[in-house]
Design a protein around this ligand. Structure first.
Ligand code: 4HQ
Length: 246
């Protein structure tokens, strides 16, 4: 997958993509990420990219021409690239969107600053607007990184092959079950005995139950959309609320 990031702050993207899983994926050529400095596409001598809003008001608005030229430059190489603008006005980002976007060969991520971009950019060039949540960032850059991270791990070969897609889908739209590693006892808090038992079907059952417990307690909205088996419903009924799940 190719990703072109349009931003006024390309340096923000240097270290996050060099580390760990994403760094490896880039090394392997599974993802190709480029940053494009919108300022390089300004036409005037001082490379102005913002201006005061028509109608008055606070702050500055990103000008249409530099962004238009930058997008058109990418599109001249990749006409089918899908252009996403990161904004709190967009569709809330979720795993389903990450899955859909992971099937696209080429994304353009447009990161705004200041009070945002001239509306005509959206009208003329943006295919989709995406929000990473109901809070206000100083710019779209961190939101773009969130999208890239969530999408990249879904690309074939990015995660280890030991990771089971089947298991992922079994637990889809549920919160994760609790994880433990050594030591088995820490400051008097014990790892649940079943996890040390070697009884794989009992372990599987326990994990499913804990995932269901957490989800019903913390995110009942997710449970409403989950596909629950009759076994799941039984597990939900037999469970008493646990204090530690608070
Ligand atoms: N911003 N999800 C301001 C966001 C945001 C979000 C993006 C703030 C762009 C100009 N982006 N600008 N939340 O808060 O995506």
């Amino acid at each position: 997958m190719k990703v072109d990031i349009l931003t006024l702050f390309p340096n923000m993207f240097s270290s996050p993509f060099q580390e760990s899983i994403l760094g490896k994926a880039i090394e392997k050529g599974l993802i190709q990420i480029r940053t494009i400095n919108i300022r390089d596409y300004a036409l005037d001598k001082h490379q102005v990219v913002d201006d005061t809003p028509y109608g008055g008001g606070q702050g500055m608005v990103m000008k249409v021409e530099p962004i238009a030229r930058a997008i058109e430059w990418v599109k001249s190489q990749a006409p089918s690239a899908w252009t996403i603008h990161l904004t709190p006005q967009g569709n809330p980002f979720n795993q389903k969107m990450a899955q859909n976007l992971s099937n696209r060969p080429h994304l353009i991520l447009l990161c705004g600053r200041y009070e945002g971009i001239d509306e005509r950019v959206r009208e003329l060039f943006v295919d989709e607007e995406v929000s990473i949540g109901d809070y206000v960032l100083t710019g779209g850059e961190l939101a773009a990184m969130v999208l890239i991270d969530a999408i990249s791990r879904l690309l074939p070969g990015v995660l280890g092959s030991d990771r089971s897609a089947e298991e992922d889908s079994f637990f889809q739209s549920l919160l994760e079950y609790p994880q433990y590693t050594r030591p088995s006892s820490f400051r008097g808090v014990e790892v649940p005995e079943v996890l040390l038992s070697g009884n794989h079907s009992a372990i599987e059952r326990w994990r499913r139950k804990e995932a269901l417990r957490r989800t019903s307690k913390r995110r009942p909205d997710l449970l409403a959309n989950a596909q629950l088996s009759s076994e799941d419903k039984k597990l939900l009924e037999e469970m008493l609320p646990k204090k530690s799940d608070g």
